[in-house]
Design a protein around this ligand. Structure first.
Ligand code: ZN
Length: 192
């Protein structure tokens, strides 16, 4: 199934299972109320569930503080796949995005989310003189910034949950970041 732009779908099937690029992309068990969700542009393989197109689901965006230090976003960057201990880096001087090939083995929202986090640092930065709290807050703000980008592009809250699970480690400092995203996602989810 080819989706050319962010599109809404509805279903009353008991479950939906959609693959993208040979990997699970969106999967939900559905109760008697049915389900509405979005798909971003892409090519999908619907393995389970009967879908009807409908208006897009307008998720509220997660609460985010105003940018602390804004620098213009880079444009026309070249994406370079190469092993990278930082997983993803934006090099504004060479106009390149360096991305670790590990992301090719994961659903595409994982790289989208990691890249969105790096873009977030054009708005939320920490400096050499920043306190530990300021650094941690900048990371959290970038996480939310990225989640909101995904929602706007047509991804769903459950995919953001999955992205942070796959992209962030379970070290204590990282767990704080995960909880922060999960907390804010709870406010915007519609299927409770
Ligand atoms: Zn960061």
């Amino acid at each position: 199934m080819l989706v050319s732009e962010k599109t809404g779908f509805k279903t009353t099937s008991p479950c939906v299972l959609i693959y993208e690029n040979g990997m699970p992309f969106y999967a939900r068990d559905i109760d008697e109320n049915g389900l509405k969700f979005n798909l971003p542009a892409g090519e999908y393989d619907v393995k389970k569930g009967d879908l009807d197109q409908c208006e897009t689901v307008e998720y509220r965006l997660m609460k985010l503080s105003a940018p602390t230090h804004f620098t213009p976003f880079p444009k026309n960057m070249e994406l370079v796949w190469e092993a990278n201990p930082h997983k993803c880096q934006i090099d504004v001087y060479r106009n390149k995005i360096f991305a670790d090939p590990i992301f090719k083995t994961l659903p595409k929202y994982v790289f989208k989310w990691v890249y969105g986090h790096e873009l977030g640092h054009f708005c939320y930065k920490a400096f050499a003189w920043s306190s530990k709290e300021e650094r941690e807050q900048a990371e959290k703000d970038c996480d939310i910034f990225s989640g909101n980008l995904l929602l706007m592009e047509g991804y769903n809250p459950s995919q953001i949950r999955s992205a942070i699970d796959l992209a962030i480690s379970n070290r204590l400092s990282s767990l704080c970041r995960k909880f922060n995203v999960l907390d804010k996602l709870k406010d915007i989810e519609r299927w409770k």
